[in-house]
Design a protein. Sequence first.
Length: 182
Amino acid sequence: MKKLLIGLALAAIVAVAAAWAAAPVLAAQGLIRAAKAGDARKLEALVDFPSLRQSLKEELNAELVARMRRDPDIAGSDLGGLGLMLAPMLLSGAVDTLVTPEMVAEMVVTAEAPDPTQPPEREPGDARDSDDIHQSWGYRDLNHFAVTLTDRDRPDQQLALILERRGLFAWKLAAVDIESGN
């Protein structure tokens, strides 16, 4: 009887550990399915929008500043300095407006972060071959799980969707990492 109880206790521990480790994978798969289906209600439940907005502001701001500094016309002009000061404010307002469930779906389907300085290249609902997007999955640490998306046509650009642990088994998309080979 004692061996049976010990066996059951060990089996329960293994089951909880397996569920704990698999939870972000299941959440990420749900996020991707909802994005591909265009299910805004499901996406709202799977995304921490205030955290995602803040993360996008930081990532896009860093990218914009890097682009401006690489451009000799902007970097060498007096107006370039003014642009560097004003860009974060303008970008912040654009990100607050842009980050919607539909935009999250677009990011997942295209493996691209939104560019508030450019109009959308395709119409919403425009089909895209999901086989063109490579996904890699992995823990960054115990509370952060990343799904890195790479469009096979642009292998030097990656978009990492960062899911954060919310409780023991719940996960939400809370951040992005934009990696560009530029």
